[in-house]
Design a protein. Structure first.
Length: 221
């Protein structure tokens, strides 16, 4: 019985443990931009962009709000959390929606115009921002209309698009080790991460619905 329970938790653990680890690692690295000055990370490559005051404002808003966008769904998707602390779930959910729609997406799309990797990569980052805004807003619309299932599905999609930032970096390192040219690496990593995460979200939703239908059938027997 115990072994069966452990096995049932294994798929979720294989998904969430790496997600939490890389989210915390990326969040830590993002905060280092506030303590290490202009020579840290991508900043030495952005000398021209740094002369644009709007780029600087967008960049330093995007960093902390992106961390909120990346980390808060880890708590929001915890089943025990939203069953036993619904009020807190609602407050955190509203913060996630507000931060994502008013800060993360606008600043991210502005920064996309300066992304390395050329026009194709810039379009990829721009599309990521648009999809994140659309799915987040549709998720909010669904719960406001009392559609809990639609809300759950759209927020899965929203988080999948938000976490492209993780997939992109993992793929970027992988293709770097495979000696893929730098410009191509950036474009491939962005688009592959975007489509891969979207596909993963749809598969998760599909299997959740399959499991739910099997559960309903077994209860009716």
């Amino acid at each position: 019985m115990i072994h069966r329970k452990i096995l049932s938790l294994l798929p979720a653990a294989l998904l969430w443990v790496p997600l939490i680890f890389f989210s915390l690692l990326l969040s830590h690295n993002a905060m280092l931009y506030f303590t290490h000055g202009g020579e840290y990370g991508i900043l030495p490559e952005k000398r021209v962009a740094q002369q644009d005051i709007f780029w600087n404002v967008a960049f330093y808003i995007h960093l902390p709000t992106g961390v909120i966008c990346l980390l808060s769904p880890i708590v929001l998707f915890t089943r025990r959390f939203f069953k036993k602390a619904l009020d807190l779930h609602q407050v955190m959910g509203k913060i996630y929606v507000w931060v994502t729609l008013t800060l993360v997406c606008p600043t991210g799309m502005y920064l996309a115009c300066y992304a390395k990797g050329g026009f194709i990569t810039q379009v990829g980052f721009m599309l990521q921002g648009i999809l994140l805004a659309v799915f987040t807003y549709r998720g909010y619309q669904a719960i406001a209309g009392g559609d809990k299932v639609g809300h759950f599905h759209y927020m899965i999609r929203s988080y999948a698009i938000a976490s492209v930032v993780l997939s992109f970096r993992i793929l970027h390192i992988l293709f770097f080790l495979l000696n893929v040219p730098y410009q191509d690496n950036y474009a491939i990593s962005q688009w592959l991460g975007l489509f891969g995460n979207f596909l993963m979200a749809e598969l998760i939703i599909f299997f959740i619905e399959i499991k739910k239908s099997h559960s309903l059938k077994s209860q009716s027997i």
